[in-house]
Design a protein around this ligand. Structure first.
Ligand code: ADP
Ligand code: MG
Length: 473
């Protein structure tokens, strides 16, 4: 009977797997190697650390460093470095700190050059550039209007609707043409007393760029930096792919994800009307101000998200400012205006990549749960998803493990089919199989050509029946 086993019959395993027995040994070894390599590489990629905290008052920040980058920068050093960068931006640009560059400049009534730090001058210069590009939709001199609508550092518990006279007074000091900046030596200049600046719509993006620059200089190549929702990424996430960033549904209550952007060496900034607003006489007023009217924007977008490549080192700062500008440019004078076309035309003309959410009904008039989205060509939208993935998922090893189990299962199945239907022994040591036992208490040793140590009896049987292969009759 044993002789019959050795006759050359149709080897089903050969049919199924398309290879001869010796090839199958090599193939199995290769599968095992791949599985091990996969597991090892999964665990290598699984290295990451995350540093979180608060900056500029209540704003949350998060830095994730993944992969081999973690070896270049110890976590404690990274934390110190990140905090130093964020504190510097806060110290210079906060409207909440009395001695910041911004607060001191705002208090001054002098129309002479006012000395500031080089970084402050750099951000103001970029702000003025973006004001020009956006025809004044982005304007850091909007500060007095921001305060008038009860936003910002001097915010009161309740807000009053400003009078027309008050609006006229702030219009007289708002306008980026009333502000000058120079770099050598760094200084700002106001055209008249009362001109003030508010860097809230650009400082977070700038802080992100500063942290990213520090990580770059430390040799870190795979990271995500986020400050208050403005994000900059480089390299790969924990799974070795693009960083995936959730874009929120524009709802006040939850943090549901509406869509996911997959970023590759890009920054993403989002401005919205859904979290920071004033309720005056039952009507909602957004914290985004149209600098030309000094009124909160209406009838426009619920949120705008802008993506910028990091080729320039100010990618996130630019995205941050443009996202605010698009909230202004997208706003209408009345409900029903073609906000979509206006946004898309502007983005096409200025080569801006964006994703926009529009409410079906103006939120200031009660709003509705419904909203629609539109985006420019080239926006890196991954399939809309329900959960945000930022490379921090603790279950990241499972896809690799599942893949490994499936591949391994197919290999075992193919060989089992070959062994059973072809009455062929399985090549290899069968270490795991030999330990199992059947219903009658017999082990699985009999299916193994090279049984493990647990199979001494089978080894003897096998040796006595060993004959050269004969051609099939
Ligand atoms: P977020 O803080 O949610 O990222 P933005 O980046 O759009 O939102 O910043 C909004 C803040 O910027 C406002 O709270 C206000 O202080 C200021 N701001 C409002 N309107 C403008 C504008 N048109 N240009 C520049 N800054 C603005
Ligand atoms: Mg912003």
């Amino acid at each position: 009977m044993a002789r019959a086993w050795k006759r050359r019959k149709i080897d089903v395993a050969e049919l199924v797997l398309g290879m001869k027995r010796n090839d199958r040994v090599a193939w199995c070894s290769w599968v095992v190697f791949l599985l091990l390599a996969g597991c090892l590489s999964a665990s290598a990629n699984a290295q990451s650390f995350e540093i979180t905290g608060r900056t500029m008052g209540p704003i949350e920040y998060r830095v994730v460093v993944s992969g081999e980058s973690t070896e270049k920068l110890p976590q404690d050093t990274a934390r110190q470095m990140i905090n130093a960068e964020l504190q510097q931006v806060n110290r210079l640009m906060s409207t909440y700190l009395a001695d910041s560059d911004v607060s001191r400049f705002n208090r001054s009534d002098s129309t002479d050059w006012f000395t500031v730090d080089a970084l402050t001058a750099q951000v103001v210069q970029r702000s003025i550039d973006i004001s020009q590009v956006t025809r004044g939709a982005f304007d850091i001199t909007v500060g007095p209007a921001v305060a008038l609508w009860n936003f910002g550092a001097q915010q009161q518990a309740t807000a009053q609707l400003p009078s027309e006279k008050e609006l006229q007074q702030v219009r007289a000091v708002v306008g980026y043409g009333k502000l000058s900046v120079r770099q050598e030596p760094p200084a700002l200049k106001k055209e008249k007393a009362g001109v003030q600046i508010d860097l809230s719509a650009i400082a977070k993006g700038f802080a992100v760029d500063q942290v990213a620059g520090a990580l770059d200089r430390s040799g870190v190549t795979d990271y995500l930096v986020e400050v208050g929702g403005e994000v900059r990424t480089r390299g790969d996430n924990l799974q070795g792919g693009p960083w995936r960033i959730g874009i929120e549904k524009p709802t006040e209550a939850g943090r549901d994800v509406l869509a996911v952007a997959a970023l590759e060496n890009q920054s993403l900034a989002t401005s919205g009307d859904y979290r920071n607003f004033q309720l005056i006489d039952g009507r909602r007023y957004s914290h985004t101000i149209d600098p030309r009217t000094c009124r909160p924007v209406e009838y426009g977008l619920a949120s705008s998200s802008v993506v910028q490549d990091n080729r320039a080192n100010d990618g996130c700062m630019t995205a941050d400012a443009l996202a605010t500008a698009l909230m202004v440019l997208g706003a209408g004078q009345q409900e029903g205006e073609d906000v979509r076309q206006r946004c898309l035309d502007f983005c096409r003309d200025q080569n801006i990549t964006g994703f926009f959410v529009r409410r079906d009904q103006s939120v200031s008039e009660g709003g509705s749960a419904g909203f629609s989205t539109f985006s420019t060509p080239g926006f890196p939208l991954a399939a809309p998803a329900l959960v945000e993935e930022t490379g921090q998922s603790s279950g990241s090893i499972w896809p690799a493990l599942l893949g490994a189990v499936v591949v391994f299962g197919i290999a075992i199945l193919g060989m089992a089919v070959g062994a059973i239907f072809g009455h062929k022994p399985i090549q290899g040591s069968c270490g795991g199989l030999s330990a199992g036992s059947g219903q009658a208490g017999d082990t699985a040793c009999s299916v193994c050509e090279q049984p493990a140590d647990e199979c001494p009896d089978w080894e003897e049987t096998k040796e006595s029946s060993e004959v050269p292969n004969e051609p099939a009759p």
